[in-house]
Design a protein around this ligand. Structure first.
Ligand SMILES: CC(C)(COP(=O)(O)OP(=O)(O)OC[C@H]1O[C@@H](n2cnc3c(N)ncnc32)[C@H](O)[C@@H]1OP(=O)(O)O)[C@@H](O)C(=O)NCCC(=O)NCCS
Length: 204
């Protein structure tokens, strides 16, 4: 089983960074997770272009390579999205994005954000996807988000395993060709004063 240790480092004006040390079968990976920014556009283009057709299909439900408009959105530059990247040796190896639902609260009385995540093929299965989602959810809870939604293709066993493992109480329903996932997050005031939001986010 994956052993995952997250450390939060304060990088001043550059924002926050999770340093995630992952060990699996004696191998150790160190990747930095930080907010995406406008200067990442070209690197994000390279990252998405370098993904296998299958990973792009699982992420976007089509084997598309994002063009300039989508890349700008993926970099979190549209004011409604929060995006984070995993970086190793100056190269982006993972990306995750939370798009807050515009307008009022959902009919479940929740403030909702919709998330998507993808990790470079060579780095999948080493804890990077889970760390990216954890960083996104930490940020979402800080904005007052109480519910996370995501769409997943039924055959995406790794993503479904991640959801079941980290959010056993997640609601999963079928809609057309995909599965709709809803995860209720504990409200921030319900967390203990010393609790780290990222750890609580996994409580389901
Ligand atoms: C889905 C994805 C983001 C997960 O990221 P990852 O870095 O590969 O996954 P992690 O190593 O963080 O593992 C997350 C969970 O997946 C499961 N998992 C990992 N490796 C697995 C494997 N080989 N087989 C089955 N499940 C596996 C585990 O439940 C793990 O949870 P754990 O932390 O309790 O061990 C990544 O595989 C990916 O980019 N896939 C293609 C794009 C995609 O499917 N995006 C999701 C659609 S929104």
């Amino acid at each position: 089983m994956l052993s995952l240790v997250d450390r939060l480092s304060n990088l001043g004006h550059a924002g926050f960074m999770f340093r995630t040390q992952m060990e699996r079968a004696g191998r150790c990976v160190l990747a930095a997770i930080r907010p995406a920014r406008a200067a990442d556009l070209a690197a994000l283009g390279d990252f998405f272009a370098g993904l296998s057709a299958q990973s792009r299909y699982l992420r976007f439900f089509a084997p598309v390579t994002p063009g300039p408009d989508l890349l700008r959105r993926l970099s979190g530059g549209d004011g409604h999205t929060d995006a984070v990247v995993a970086v190793r040796g100056g190269v982006i190896i993972g990306h995750a994005m939370a798009a807050d639902q515009a307008g009022t609260q959902s009919d479940r009385g929740a403030r909702t954000t919709d998330i998507g995540v993808v990790v470079a093929d060579a780095w999948q299965g080493r804890g990077i996807g889970a760390a990216l989602v954890r960083a996104l959810i930490t940020g979402a809870q800080a904005r007052g988000v109480t519910e996370v939604t995501m769409d997943v293709l039924p055959g995406n066993q790794r993503m479904l395993a991640m959801i079941r493992s980290h959010w056993p109480a997640a609601s999963i329903s079928r809609s057309d060709d995909h599965l709709s996932i809803v995860v209720r997050l504990p409200r921030r005031e319900q967390q203990g004063a010393q609790a780290r939001p990222a750890a609580v986010a996994y409580a389901g």
